[in-house]
Design a protein around this ligand. Structure first.
Ligand SMILES: NC(=O)c1ccc[n+]([C@@H]2O[C@H](COP(=O)([O-])OP(=O)(O)OC[C@H]3O[C@@H](n4cnc5c(N)ncnc54)[C@H](O)[C@@H]3O)[C@@H](O)[C@H]2O)c1
Length: 299
């Protein structure tokens, strides 16, 4: 099968595909060029950068599979593709640990004002007093919204840290982990830190109403999908002090055009790099390649 690797793929993953006899073209196309190039390919592998909307699928007359080297498939019009009999594959779970670790990077950064302290020292200042009001994560309550693959790893890491963990999920939760299952309202009322691990949804999960229910000074982390939080409500919450800090890896628009939120001094932010670790990319590359090889065997 002739497969386009549109956003790069780990070398081990590429080797698996080549050894199975597939022809690979590693090339990134801008949206209009992708529509022109796609007819010659039977498969396409994307990460986040390349979108596969209906126009690309319609132009891809020979497409048999669309693969996402990652978890979410919201950059692919997957329902439309499947309605035409085109398979949509992903590699869920291979990057979960990396995303979970980034949650703690943001929480620690916020708890100890790492970004401001770094900038202050770089500018030649020694502001021990200004940065003397940090706090520990241990002993606090972390609320996890969405207790799937990533939420569970966050819980395990938090428990090891001495953090009390409460969790909410729309699905029934069965777990061996030492967590307390609560309602969303209870989670909002009692958490010192809240982290979101839900799939992309049409409506924000956290709006002005939910923020008003939270403890004053709460830290909110979103390494899931940008539209999980109403960003205007979050900015208002930060400005009023209701929200003590926010750790963001994802945005309603990527890259964000409105920089007010990311420039806020109590925001720790990264450009959607939750899955971008060496280990995660290796695991994702191998897992998606193996899934593609197995799928093609069934054709
Ligand atoms: N930042 C990154 O680079 C990065 C990388 C990988 C995944 N993600 C995102 O992280 C999120 C979680 O990924 P995952 O692999 O843990 O997914 P998952 O499917 O394993 O878990 C999601 C959980 O959320 C629950 N859920 C759905 N809607 C809910 C709601 N309204 N309230 C509460 N719970 C709800 C589901 O029942 C499920 O248990 C996804 O949005 C994914 O796209 C981000």
């Amino acid at each position: 099968m002739k497969i386009l690797i549109a956003d790069g793929l780990d070398q081990n993953g590429q080797n698996i595909l080549k050894e199975a006899g597939h022809e690979l073209v590693v090339k990134h196309y801008e949206p209009d060029d992708l529509v022109k190039a796609i007819p010659e390919f039977e498969g396409i592998i994307v990460r986040s950068a390349t979108k596969v909307p209906q126009a690309v699928i319609d132009a891809g007359k020979n497409l048999k599979l669309i693969a996402r080297a990652g978890t979410g498939i919201d950059n692919i019009d997957h329902q439309y593709a499947r309605s035409l009999g085109i398979a949509v594959l992903n590699a869920p779970g291979a990057n979960s640990y990396s995303v979970a670790e980034l949650v703690f990077a943001h929480l620690l950064s916020l708890a100890r004002s790492l970004n401001q302290a770094t900038n202050s020292l770089r500018e030649g200042r020694w502001e021990k007093k200004n940065f003397g009001n940090g706090f520990e994560l241990a002993g606090k309550t972390l609320g996890i919204v969405g207790f799937g693959r990533i939420g569970k790893i966050v819980a395990r890491l938090a428990i090891a840290w001495g953090i009390r963990v409460i969790v909410y999920d729309v699905a029934e939760i069965e777990t061996e982990l030492a967590v307390t299952i609560v309602t969303l309202d209870e989670l909002l009322h009692t958490s010192d830190f809240i982290t979101l691990h839900t799939p992309k949804s049409s409506q924000p999960l956290i709006t002005e109403k939910e923020i008003a229910m939270m403890k004053r000074g709460v830290l909110i982390v979103n390494c899931a999908r940008g539209n999980a939080i109403d960003e205007k409500a979050l900015l208002d919450g930060l400005n009023s002090g209701q929200v003590g800090g926010a750790g963001l890896d994802v945005y309603s628009e990527e890259p964000p055009k409105n920089l007010e939120l990311v420039r806020h001094p109590r925001v720790s932010c990264t450009p959607h790099i939750g899955a971008n670790t060496i280990e995660a990319q290796q695991r994702v590359g191998v897992e998606i390649a193996q899934r593609i090889v197995d799928f093609i065997k069934t054709l």
